[in-house]
Write a protein that binds this ligand. Structure first.
Ligand code: PGA
Length: 254
């Protein structure tokens, strides 16, 4: 199996000492990892985690990202986080458009696109652009139009060179934290739609330089189903990324 990208999103879980215990386990097991990975901790932990990784000499290969940021350098935006608060290259991945941001914090697709374009100009990080349909939308059909609504505008604003910085993460909302997953065929259909959107913008170019990953109720048992697909470049994992032994077992492809 090819090396895939496994991203663990801790959401609003874990504290400083939990996170150190997690990375101790990662360090003990890293010789056996088959896949590359990144952890996306809560923002207040990032600086101390970075220091801990450095102290333990694992800072070169453990990639860290942020769950959320505001698309401005600085200013009067009480409670918000700027990626400029982190030293250069501290953040390897930036999540944009997670359904929990869209649902609980009223972030619409236009704002997600604004964040992605800001990140493109103001960082070197990879941008994980997350999108997916609700159950109602799926029942109504016409997923192709829904996927186009999420992605076409963003893709129209980027150059081919930018594409390498993008990871498109398909996370059907009805699947996140519910234990329900789409079939591999259903995911592959969505990924083929995305590739078509990319091909029609970047005619004749190799659009496989961006990654397409799946998220939603991935666990230490079902992950292989997804990773066996040649079209699926990796996984975005929530709940199971909180349990080091399960996350590690996925990285080892056990
Ligand atoms: P889950 O979350 O793996 O717990 O379903 C996925 C996500 O929200 O990224």
């Amino acid at each position: 199996m090819n090396k895939k990208l496994i991203i663990g999103n801790w959401k609003m879980n874990m504290n400083e000492s939990d996170s150190y215990t997690f990375f101790d386990e990662i360090k003990k097991n890293n010789n056996h990892f088959v896949h590359e990975f990144a952890i996306i901790p809560p923002a207040p932990l990032i600086i101390s985690i970075k220091k801990y990784l450095k102290k333990n000499n694992i800072n070169n290969w453990v990639k860290i990202g942020i769950q959320n940021f505001y698309p401005k350098d600085k200013g009067a935006f009480t409670g918000e986080i700027s990626i400029k608060m982190f030293e250069d290259n501290t953040l390897d991945y930036l999540l944009v458009g997670h359904s929990e941001r869209r649902l609980f914090f009223n972030e619409n697709n236009q704002f997600a696109i604004e964040k992605a374009l800001y990140a493109l100009k103001n960082s070197n990080a990879k941008i994980v652009f997350i999108f997916g349909e609700t159950l109602e939308q799926r029942k109504k059909g016409n997923l192709e139009n829904i996927i186009k609504e999420f992605l076409e505008k963003l893709i129209s604003e980027i150059t081919f060179e930018d594409l390498e910085r993008f990871i498109f993460a398909y996370e059907p909302i009805w699947s996140i934290g519910t234990g329900k997953i789409p079939t591999i065929k259903e995911i592959e259909e969505i990924f083929l739609i995305i590739k078509e959107i990319l091909k029609s913008k970047f005619k004749g170019k190799d659009v496989n330089i961006s990654k397409l990953i799946y998220g939603g109720s991935v666990n230490e048992v079902n992950y292989k189903l997804f990773l066996n697909s040649n079209l699926i470049d990796g996984l975005l994992i929530g709940g199971v990324a909180l349990e080091s032994h399960k996350f590690i077992s996925i990285l080892k492809n056990e």
